[in-house]
Design a protein around this ligand. Structure first.
Ligand SMILES: [Zn+2]
Length: 362
């Protein structure tokens, strides 16, 4: 009988932060490798005090110090008497065969940037695209993934990692491209749901995964459970006012647009492209001008470039972009004869990263 070992380095008793090590027959994989917000909050304070290097995360016990998992582990910098730096030590040998990534929310992928680039990461094609775009937007040293390590797998496709036989399924979640996995390890079958819901636009995908679980006969189910269990009295009070499906959200939006002729502001994660698609559709139906901040605008445009991955997102010409004020520094921009501390709302030169690319595309 096959022995399976599961070790939870995050994701238990907290929301997200999943880092689950699965070991079977000599094969070792991680299920997600996400940021633990609750553990980070104990020692750091966003945005002023943040972990500055991987040692901060080891010392606080937020990350497990496992051999053969992290990039450059085993190496250190030595300084000669004249200050010349050189690398010394021996790089550790890789000890992890792969990572199954359920979806592109930071609490599931936010620590991938610290891992060895020779560990392949299996994910959906849409998750790969979102991670590529989020790399452009902001993600920091903990999160910035080497894109060469990403191995997109199509829906319902089988693949192998050493002795494990794995199938990836699409499931419904608030970020596009969410996956669940069924893992066969010898005579044992394990299902990993990632974050999965049954009230969004892709419920059929979640149902398909459930019926695959039924057919496969699952020995161990690893299920995300933020909202499992009966609600507390406080939660009941909140839930009595809450909307319970995406179709109710759409109806509520339409009610608001019908009854309000002044400015309407919507606030949602830039990664929630379903919400962006919905707001864009409702705004068009009501003849409203949609204005997106630069992150949402960037994701909306490039998600569908060069291939259409999310039909229905607002395209060029269907929205305007709200940019934060760009402060020009006279020492850099003195050639324009501009005074120091000038804010120039319409100045598009010298915007970096995704904003620069976005404005060129516009
Ligand atoms: Zn999630």
């Amino acid at each position: 009988m096959m022995a399976i070992n599961l070790t939870f380095y995050g994701g238990v008793g907290e929301i997200g932060g999943n880092k689950i090590l699965l070991e079977a027959d000599g094969t070792r994989i991680f299920l997600d490798f996400g940021t633990s917000f609750s553990s980070e909050d104990e020692y750091f304070e966003f945005p002023l005090l943040r972990p500055s290097c991987i040692e901060d995360l080891f010392k606080t016990g937020i990350l497990p110090k496992l051999q053969g998992l992290y990039k450059n582990a085993g190496l250190s910098v030595n300084y000669a008497s004249d200050g010349t730096p050189s690398l010394c030590g021996d790089e550790e040998v890789c000890s992890i065969d792969g990572i199954l990534l359920s979806h592109a929310h930071v609490d599931h992928y936010g620590y991938l940037g610290m891992l060895r680039p020779d560990i392949p990461i299996y994910l959906s094609p849409i998750s790969r695209k979102i991670i590529e775009l989020k790399n452009d937007i902001r993600e920091d040293w903990q999160t910035r993934v080497n894109l060469d390590t990403l191995c997109p797998v199509e829906k319902a496709k089988d693949f192998e990692i050493e002795s494990l036989k794995i199938t990836r399924y699409d499931v419904d979640h608030s970020v596009l491209g969410a996956s669940a996995f069924i893992i066969n390890a010898g005579d044992k079958t394990i299902a990993y749901t990632g974050d999965m819901r049954f009230h969004g636009n892709a419920v059929a995908d979640s149902e398909e995964f459930l019926s695959a679980c039924r057919s496969a006969g699952i020995d161990t189910l690893l299920c995300e459970g933020t909202r499992l269990g009966p609600p507390s009295e406080d939660e009941k009070e909140v839930e009595s006012h809450a909307l319970s499906s995406e179709s109710e959200v759409e109806q509520k939006c339409r009610d608001i647009f019908s009854n309000e002729d002044r400015l309407i502001i919507y606030d949602a994660s830039p990664a929630d492209m379903n919400r962006m698609r919905l707001i864009s559709k409702v705004a068009q139906d009501f003849g409203r001008t949609l204005v997106l901040d630069s992150k949402k605008a960037y994701l909306s445009l490039y998600m569908n470039y060069p291939d259409i991955l999310c039909p229905g997102l607002p395209a060029t010409g269907e929205f305007k972009i709200a940019l934060s004020r760009l402060k020009l520094n006279a020492s850099r921009y003195g050639k324009y004869g501009l005074p120091q501390d000038l804010y120039a709302e319409s100045y598009i030169d010298y915007r970096q990263a995704h904003e620069g690319k976005l404005l060129v595309a516009q």
